[in-house]
Design a binder for this molecule. Structure first.
Ligand code: PLP
Length: 395
């Protein structure tokens, strides 16, 4: 019954999701306070109060046939305009509503982009470690994922290796900054160099290569770190944004794409992306959530809670002897496993009721990801377990 293309997916179902399910079972067995689940990037900070208020106000004030009705596949015009205006104010860009397409979160945004641009056999370059779903998204459209090996000293992209991997088949490059799973942010200089390599290769090969900036963590940057806006660096850029993390709305499924005028065939790409949105079965982004974004377009994430978690976890784990790069953004810590086999290390952690995800799942064996979008108390309760694990490995 099941399609051949689906079979491998069934066999290698997401390690993150598997760990999350395991966590629920363990919580039922030992009590939720005795299981330290750091597996899923599910924000524990509630959505801003303005979001709930907006939902109530919309229900009271707006026309229900509009709020709950079908619309243009690209989304409500006024919402797209509000987003363009907000981006222009914050980043000095010049977007119009025609450059914005509302999506069902970043997951569907990425699928819309890839459906719009990929032909079978086209290659998509990613930098390891990377969000593992990219592989499935690319294969959805018979594309081929090409991985740039990790630069484990800094987890900044290895640009020499990057350049070597661009071929005449390269259709797109995905970047994700602030990064899941490492928390690193790409500087302006890094973006400039990525753009320079891509422009050079476009000229040399006579092809068009799209830079896809997947940015669900854009607003989660600590210590005032700058997250440069990507479109001014490179002409063929598409931005995939999501409110899942910034407004803590992952279950509501709302985000958008930016398709700038500078992109080759920009208006046709926008039209094709709107069709992709429809025929992938999304039809349009959730209408109530679009109306919410209209009212909450400049709402901010509560960074303080994540930052407090980041400081405690980073300082404690490094004190115990674990090795990791200090994250500048997002809400993940990517820690070197004290044994080569990261899956075996996850198993040891599990014996201490600590659930983390193997780096293998991000194309980077030998590391584990700890998602610290949990309560501060959970981290405090888990620290003795981390200390015991460190002692077991004589760190
Ligand atoms: N891209 C990255 C890098 C992510 O980490 C995630 C979710 O964790 C997504 C995309 C998907 O986000 P969304 O909930 O907006 O679909």
């Amino acid at each position: 019954m099941i399609a051949d293309k689906m079979r491998p997916l069934l066999e290698n179902n997401s390690a993150i999701r598997a760990m999350f399910e395991e966590g629920k079972k363990m919580a039922a067995l030992y009590g939720p306070e005795n299981v330290y689940d750091f597996s899923l990037g599910n924000p524990n900070v509630p959505a801003p109060a303005a979001v709930s208020q907006a939902i109530l106000d919309i229900i009271k004030e707006e026309d229900p046939t509009l709020v709950h009705g079908y619309m243009s596949n690209a989304g409500f015009a006024d919402v797209r305009e509000a987003i363009a205006g907000s981006l222009n104010r914050r980043f000095g860009t010049h977007f119009r509503l025609e450059n914005i397409l509302m999506t069902v979160g970043a997951a569907s945004g990425m699928n819309v982009i890839l459906k719009t641009i990929l032909d079978p056999g086209d290659e998509v370059v990613v930098f390891a470690p990377y969000f593992m779903e990219y592989g499935s998204y690319v294969r959805n459209y018979d594309g081929v994922l090409v991985t740039v090996p990790p630069n484990t000293d800094t987890f900044q992209p290895d640009l020499v290796e990057f350049e070597k991997r661009i071929t005449e088949k390269t259709k797109a490059v995905i970047i994700n900054t602030p990064n899941n799973p490492t928390g690193v942010i790409y500087s302006s200089e890094t973006l400039r160099q990525i753009a320079e390599i891509m422009e050079k290769k476009e000229k040399e090969l006579g092809t068009s290569i799209v830079l896809i900036s997947d940015e669900p963590y854009r607003e989660l940057a600590y210590d005032g770190a700058e997250v440069p806006y990507v479109t001014p660096f490179y002409h063929n850029t598409m931005v995939c944004y999501s409110y899942s993390k910034s407004l803590s709305l992952p279950g509501e499924r709302i985000g958008y794409l930016v398709i700038p005028d500078e992109l080759e065939d920009s208006s046709q790409v926008l039209a094709a992306a709107a069709i992709a949105n429809r025929i992938l079965g999304c039809v349009n982004a959730p209408s109530l959530m679009q109306r919410v974004i209209m009212r909450c377009v400049d709402e901010q994430a509560n960074l303080e809670a994540y930052d407090k978690n980041r400081q405690l976890l980073y300082s404690s784990l490094t004190e115990y002897g674990f090795d990791c790069v200090k994250p500048e953004g997002a809400f993940y810590l990517f820690v070197k496993a004290p044994e080569a086999d990261d899956k075996a290390f996850c198993q040891v952690c599990k014996e201490h009721r600590v659930l983390v995800v193997p780096g293998t799942s991000f194309g980077c064996p030998g590391y584990v990801r700890i998602a610290y979008c949990v309560s501060y108390e959970q981290i405090q309760r888990a620290l003795p377990a981390f200390e015991k694990i460190a002692k077991e490995y004589s760190l």
